[in-house]
Design a protein around this ligand. Sequence first.
Ligand code: NOJ
Length: 749
Amino acid sequence: MKKAYLFIIALFLFSCNPAKDSSKGNTEIEGKIQDLISQMTLEEKLGQMSQFDPGQFGDEENLKQAIKDGEVGSILNLVGAATINKLQKVAVEESRLGIPIIIGRDVIHGYKTIMPIPLGMAATWNPELTEKAMAVSAKEAATEGVHWTFAPMIDISRDPRWGRIAESCGEDTYLASQLAVAMVKGFQGEDPSAPDRIAACAKHFVGYGAAEGGRDYNTAYIPETQLRNDYLPPFKAATDAGVLTFMSGFNDLNGVPVSGNEFTLKNILREEWGFNGMVVSDWASIYEMIAHGYAADPKEAAEKSLRAGVDMEMTSNCYVSSAQALLDEGKLDMRTINRYVANILRVKFELGLFDNPYTDESLAAKTILAPENLEVAKEAASESFVLLQNKQQLLPLSRELKSVAVIGPLADAPHDQMGTWVFDGNKENSVTPLTALREKLGTNKVNFAKGLEISRSRSTEGFAAAVQAAKKSDIALLFMGEESILSGEAHCLTNLELLGAQNELIDAIAATGKPIVVVIMAGRPLTISHVLDKADAVLYAWAPGTMGGPAIADMLFGETVPSGKTPVTFLKTVGQVPMYYNHKNTGRPADYSNWTQLDKIPVEAGQTSLGNTSHYLDAGFDPLFPFGFGLSYTTFNYSGLNISTGSMPADGTMEVTVTVENTGDYDGDEIVQLYIHDKAGSITRPVKQLKGFDKVHLKAGEMKQVSLTLKGSDLEFYNGKKYLTEAGEFDLWVGPNSAEGLHTTFTIN
Ligand code: NOJ
């Protein structure tokens, strides 16, 4: 349907909108938006502000009628080009104003071609590859009618008990910010209205990852300094990268649920950052403010979320049921509603939905699971693997091996290798390690015995067959970890050891004396000291997605070389939570010279005889593996750290150079990491902070100079009053992980 739009003058436009309107680029679009708004009834405006699950309508006819009546601005949980086109036709051709619907979907780490879980993607430390993987996800989803994904999830996550750590980029603000930008670019591209792109959504704004006790949906207390320094930057980076939408989360932040939080949504997002896209609430999170105890009823919940600035309500109907009353009582004005409707329509215009509301139904068949998509999934899986241990260089294995035992509940678990938050991937498309190893080596060389049915199984019935398989093979490959259902939303754990009888299975195989490689697939960093004791080599593969099997098989046999690095600290024991590399120091930092292990403490030792430093008697003070850690089949040597200046102004720039040499026998990639430490500040500063990294490829024996730029503005932080880069002395390290590196110092003058 062709519609004539009234173009109105800029003056009118700006008088209808808040102060930030001057930043809105496209006056033509703004004119069209205002024209539409001027024709809309309150019901139609509230329709735009509502997102529904189709199930809420009972049947398709009811849904169609609601669309026709202008009551549906958006739908989630619906895919299929034909189905969506049919509904879109009702919106565009049968509703009074012909406003298209926007279809949202959780395309978190792939659509049909499943990429590694985001935590695995973060272990690649590769923004280009991350962008490529999200572009594949966008392309596949777009062919099935999806316009908008609820990703990236960029909650800083420092608690492995929290199931949603799997969906995150891990614990570090800088790495998460780089990857946030990459993901936004991957989904949206240069032009989000292109047929192979979709809108991204920065979520969950904000502080969700700091849930107390690592229990999902729980309260978060984050002081403003920490909020601004650690939790907000990935969201700011996404805003600067042009993310079209935000999602307000479920959690209570410092006493105010974030879906009704004026400080974060209005003051920071809209006023400080000038965000002019759309904010959608998380699923019923407006209504849930009643359970939080922040609203007495749906009307008060609506009032608070509207005041804070949530434009669209996901699945609950506080807005629809209460807006008229709030208007009547003077607690809401029409200008506010108009502004929110404008934010929603703007996204629809930017996605090109008014010009091209329909999806080409012929695209899905040629796009979904295309060989080039699977290739990207394999590359991403491969780069996500972190080699944690490799005694006597057991890996890579030789193709000359006569036979291998393939053991464990995750060796052939096509569903579980896809990981959490997969709505559209089909296990039939997953290639498991067992399948890939049989293909690579020949079925007769692979002796398979699961040992345990699933990761939680306690029955040892299958052990005998597994031991037999190990005994008749040259080597045992064990695939352990956790099923996909054990991480993700609402799936938190208090025990981070391998579940079921997996440790006992490793013991039984170790007793055969055969060399052991353990590949762990999991949605979080598990506590794996026992595995490290028993295994020769340990490869952490997260949940690697559709192509996990071939990527693992290639790596075990040296066709690819591990390069992933941990995006999160690995703990010795769950009792160390919270433990992250960029913590504050104490007045009494510990070191090994004054740590007496629990079993070495003399009987009736004097109270102060052990020294008084900040550590645990039973676990010390350091992690199992530090942030940024990962081995390779080759080795890298760092030398010649140089900084272009030892002193620079706060707005200065320095070049940091280091020579990295591949001193081993394999070509490989090394992730070179730059950390700083602000020695004394107006508030205390973290002991280390990542400020740059580069992934470099080095042939065996090759030496390269790696150059990283450090700007004075990279050292900026919020001190409780303002953002600033403070003068003073800084440590600087460049190295292979957060615990090692060449060191120098510089000053900001
Ligand atoms: C709830 C989750 O918290 C959010 O991440 C997701 O996007 C929505 N549900 C929609 O499925």
